[in-house]
Design a protein around this ligand. Structure first.
Ligand code: GLU
Length: 449
C-alpha cells in the first residue's frame, strides 16, 4: 500500500480542509502527493517556499451565471466555471466540460490533472479546466448555440492565446467549439485562432486533433506492451464509452490488429464478438447523436446489449476506460484481473478508482494513468496552437507522426523516471514525478508568485 510521506501530510490536510466536500479533487491531489515523498527525499528543495502548497491551490477560479432561452421561450440558468490552475509552463490550457455532474470540485480535479498532463507532453502549456452543469442531451441545435454564446459572453474576458486556451471535453465537440469561437470573434473583433483548440479544419483547426486522444492512448498502451515483447495483434480489447476518445481508441486498436469486442455509454453496453463496427458507432454517435442501444437494434443478430451492468464484466486482455472519472471500481478491477487483463490505459481522466489502481499495480498489470495515456489530445491541441501561430496547416500524416513521437517520449520518460526512483514499471509514480519536476522547476525559477 502506498501512503503519504509525513512531510507532505500537512499539505494534504490543508487541501482537504480548504476544499471541503470536493472528493474528486481530494482524490487527484492525494494520488500525486503519494508519489512525491520520494522526490522530496531526493531533492528536499522542492519542499521549500511552499512550492507544493502553491501547486495545490489554483491560481484563479472563475464561477459565473449563464442565462439562456430555451426553444419554448423559457429562461434557463446554468453555472459556468473556469479554473486557471497553473501557468508556470505556458498559458492555461485544458478543455470545457458540459455535463450535469459538473461542479467546482470536478473542474478543480480536472485542472489539477491537466497541469501535470500538460507538463508531460513537453509542450509550453499550463493547466486549466472549465465547463458548466448544462446538460446538452436532447437540446436542439439552436439551444446549444444560444447556450454556447451566453457561456462565451462571460468567459471571453478571461481568455486569450497568451492567457488561457480552452478546448473540448465531455459534451463539448467541434460543433460547440465553433459556436464559442464565433462568439469570441464577434465580441473581440479579432480573428484570434489560437484562443481555442479543437476547431474545425476550415477555420484554423488541426488535422488529427479529433482522433488524437484515442489514438494517443492506444500508442501509449502499445509502448507499454512492447516492454513485455507483446503487441495488440490478436488481443481482445474492451473500450468503455463511445464518445470521441473511445471511437478513435477503437479505430487505432483495430489498425494495430486488436479486436474490440465491447463498448458502452452511461445506459449500458454492447458486445459484438465479430469486433465492434466502427462506422456504425460513428454514425450513431457523431451523426445521429443517439444512444449505444441503437447499435444492437441496427446490427441485429450476434450483438448483445446489456442495460446497466458493467462493461468490465466482458473478458479482455487490454482495457481502455474512456468514459468518465471513477467508472472502473475495485470490483471491476478484480474481475478484469481474474479474466487475464495484461494492460490498462486510461483514455478518460481518472476513470479508475484508487482501489482499482491498487489492484492493477499489485497484480503486475501494465497500468497507464490518464495524465500520461490520454495526453495525446492536449498535445495535439498544442500542435494546433503552433500551426495557428505560424499561420500554417500540416498534413494528417505529419501531425500524427508528431503525436506518435510525443506519446513514445511520454511513455519512455515515465518508465525511466519510475526506474530512477526505484519502482521500475510503475507508470503512476513515473508520470507523477516526471511532470511534477518539470512544473516545480519552472515555478522555482519564477519566484514566489
Ligand atoms: N479535454 C482534453 C483533456 O482532458 C483536452 C484538453 C485540450 O485539448 O486542451 O486533456
Amino acid at each position: 500500500m502506498v501512503h503519504i510521506d509525513e512531510k507532505l501530510e500537512p499539505i494534504l490536510a490543508e487541501v482537504l480542509r480548504r476544499n471541503a466536500g470536493e472528493e474528486e479533487f481530494h482524490q487527484a491531489v492525494k494520488e500525486v502527493l503519494e508519489s512525491l515523498g520520494r522526490v522530496v527525499a531526493k531533492h528536499p528543495r522542492y519542499a521549500n517556499h511552499a512550492l507544493i502548497e502553491r501547486l495545490c491551490e489554483p491560481e484563479r477560479q472563475i464561477i459565473f451565471r449563464v442565462p439562456w432561452v430555451d426553444d419554448a421561450g423559457q429562461v434557463r440558468i446554468n453555472r459556468g466555471f473556469r479554473v486557471q490552475f497553473n501557468s508556470a509552463l505556458g498559458p492555461y490550457k485544458g478543455g470545457l466540460r458540459f455535463h450535469p455532474s459538473v461542479n467546482v470540485g470536478i473542474i478543480k480535479f480536472l485542472g489539477f490533472e491537466q497541469t501535470f498532463k500538460n507538463a508531460l507532453t513537453g509542450m509550453p502549456i499550463g493547466g486549466g479546466k472549465g465547463g458548466s452543469d448544462f446538460n446538452p442531451r436532447d437540446r436542439s441545435e439552436g439551444e446549444i448555440m444560444r447556450f454556447c454564446q451566453s457561456f462565451m459572453t462571460e468567459l471571453h474576458r478571461h481568455l486569450g492565446e497568451y492567457i488561457d486556451v480552452p478546448a473540448g471535453d465531455i459534451g463539448v465537440g467541434g460543433r460547440e467549439i465553433g459556436f464559442m469561437f464565433g462568439q469570441y470573434k464577434r465580441l473581440t473583433n479579432r480573428y484570434e485562432a489560437g484562443v481555442l483548440t479543437g476547431k474545425g479544419l476550415v477555420y484554423g483547426g488541426s488535422r488529427a486533433r479529433t482522433e488524437a486522444t484515442g489514438y494517443g492512448a492506444t500508442y501509449f498502451v502499445q509502448s507499454m506492451l512492447a516492454t513485455k515483447d507483446q503487441s495488440f495483434d490478436g488481443k481482445r480489447v474492451v473500450v468503455s464509452g463511445s464518445g470521441n476518445v473511445a471511437i478513435y481508441a477503437m479505430e487505432k486498436v483495430a489498425e494495430f490488429g486488436g479486436k474490440v469486442v465491447a463498448c458502452s455509454d452511461s445506459n449500458g453496453y454492447v458486445i459484438d464478438e465479430q469486433g465492434i463496427d466502427l462506422d456504425l458507432v460513428k454514425e450513431i454517435k457523431e451523426i445521429r447523436r443517439e444512444r449505444i442501444v441503437e447499435y444492437a437494434r441496427l446490427k441485429g443478430s450476434g450483438v448483445h446489449y446489456i442495460k446497466g451492468g458493467s462493461v468490465w464484466d466482458v473478458a479482455c486482455e487490454v482495457a481502455i476506460p474512456s468514459a468518465t472519472q471513477n467508472e472502473l471500481s475495485g470490483n471491476d478491477a478484480r474481475t478484469l484481473v481474474r479474466n487475464g487483463v495484461v494492460a490498462v490505459g486510461e483514455g478518460a481522466n481518472m476513470p479508475c478508482t484508487p482501489e482499482a489502481v491498487r489492484i492493477f499495480r499489485e497484480a503486475g498489470v501494465l497500468f497507464g494513468p490518464g495524465k500520461a495515456a490520454n495526453a495525446g489530445g492536449v498535445a495535439t491541441s498544442a500542435l494546433e496552437m503552433q500551426q495557428n501561430a505560424s499561420r500554417d496547416s500540416w498534413t494528417f500524416e505529419q501531425t500524427e507522426t508528431r503525436l506518435a513521437n510525443i506519446m513514445r517520449d511520454i511513455h519512455d520518460r515515465c518508465a525511466e523516471t519510475a526506474s530512477d526512483y526505484g519502482a521500475p514499471g510503475d507508470y503512476v509514480l513515473g508520470a507523477n514525478i516526471a511532470s511534477f519536476v518539470r512544473v516545480a522547476e519552472a515555478m522555482e525559477a519564477l519566484g514566489v508568485i
